[in-house]
Design a protein around this ligand. Structure first.
Ligand SMILES: [Zn+2]
Length: 312
């Protein structure tokens, strides 16, 4: 049985796993993302996961963006010590293995398509609604990455050209309406109170128990998400949308108004037919997608038989 090494890199944790061709995880480990020497922590994690196991034949990495697939470099917003960091090359040097890289939300989408809620979809959009909003497209079973790897940045689609400026440089981005921190910010500005450290989970609980401002906040965020989804569906005929991330845990207080807004905003029959689902794999989706990226990129099958390499 051959395996690939899957790696998921985010601002809060680093995860790695040995994954076989069916998606089964042989072994895995997770560590918090340190503030400094992130690559040192990643090196220890990789060494731990591949020690004494079957040698993997390739590596797939999902990393928080922005990134540049042309150069293999990453500059994750929440990993400030990495700017234009040559991640793909450094991991290739460390492991001696063919290495492929994509965005973490692209890997989320690919993982859900492979093992989660997107299985039979010919044209799927995966959305991660969390501190920010990321996305990835899986078309005909393959990830649509774009020339520099930035396809699927649906959180920064403008849903209101006259809206507030966004840190990305645009205006009225869906993220400024529907990300966790922006939901909380709008609720607080409109009279919701929740003690000294309010968060999205508290807002979701209050919405579920009928607090009018909390409910209105999710309605507003859901409308922005629906506007983005119908636009994406109109552009590339998405048939399925899988939504994950911490904000998706709000459940019906998010998904019910989202379905209503879809009914209102979707026009053409092919847009009205879009099916929205909640993530099945949760935090494991990006790791699964990183493994699928390695399996489907051709590097795993093209790799020479595994032998000793630098990290052993
Ligand atoms: Zn933006």
């Amino acid at each position: 049985m051959t395996h690939v090494l899957a790696i998921d890199i985010g601002g809060t944790k680093l995860a790695a796993a040995l994954v076989d061709r069916s998606g089964a995880v042989l072994r895995s480990s997770t560590v918090p993302t340190p503030r400094e020497d992130v690559f040192g922590a990643l090196t220890l994690l990789i060494t731990e996961v591949i020690a004494d196991g079957p040698a993997p034949v390739a590596v797939g990495i999902g990393c928080a963006g922005p990134l540049n697939l042309a150069s293999g470099t990453v500059s994750p917003v929440n990993i400030t010590s990495w700017r234009e960091f040559p991640l793909r090359e450094r991991v290739r040097e460390l492991t001696g293995l063919p290495t492929v890289l994509a965005g973490d939300a692209q890997c989320f989408a690919l993982g859900e398509h492979w093992l989660g809620m997107g299985g039979e979809s010919a044209s799927m959009l995966g959305i991660v609604v969390s501190t920010g909003i990321g996305g990835g497209l899986v078309i005909g079973g393959a990830p649509l990455l774009g020339p520099t790897g930035n396809a699927g940045h649906v959180g920064h689609m403008t849903v209101n050209p006259d809206g507030d400026p966004c840190p990305c440089g645009s205006r009225g981005c869906v993220e400024s309406y529907a990300s966790g921190p922006n939901l909380v910010r709008w609720a607080l500005a409109n009279g919701w109170t929740a003690g000294p450290s309010p968060d999205g989970a508290m807002l979701a609980r209050d919405a579920a128990s009928g607090h009018p401002v909390a409910r209105a906040t999710f309605e507003r965020g859901a409308r922005a998400l629906a506007a983005m989804i119908v636009s994406t569906a109109a552009a590339i005929e998405v048939t399925h949308v899988v939504i994950g991330g911490g904000v998706a845990n709000a459940g019906p207080v998010l998904f019910d108004p989202l379905e209503r807004a879809m009914d209102e905003l979707a026009g053409f029959a092919f847009v009205r037919a879009v099916e929205i689902r909640r993530s099945k794999l949760g935090v494991q989706a990006a790791l699964a997608g990183a493994a699928k990226l390695a399996w489907s990129s051709g590097v795993a099958t093209a790799a020479p038989p595994p032998g000793p390499h630098d990290a052993r």
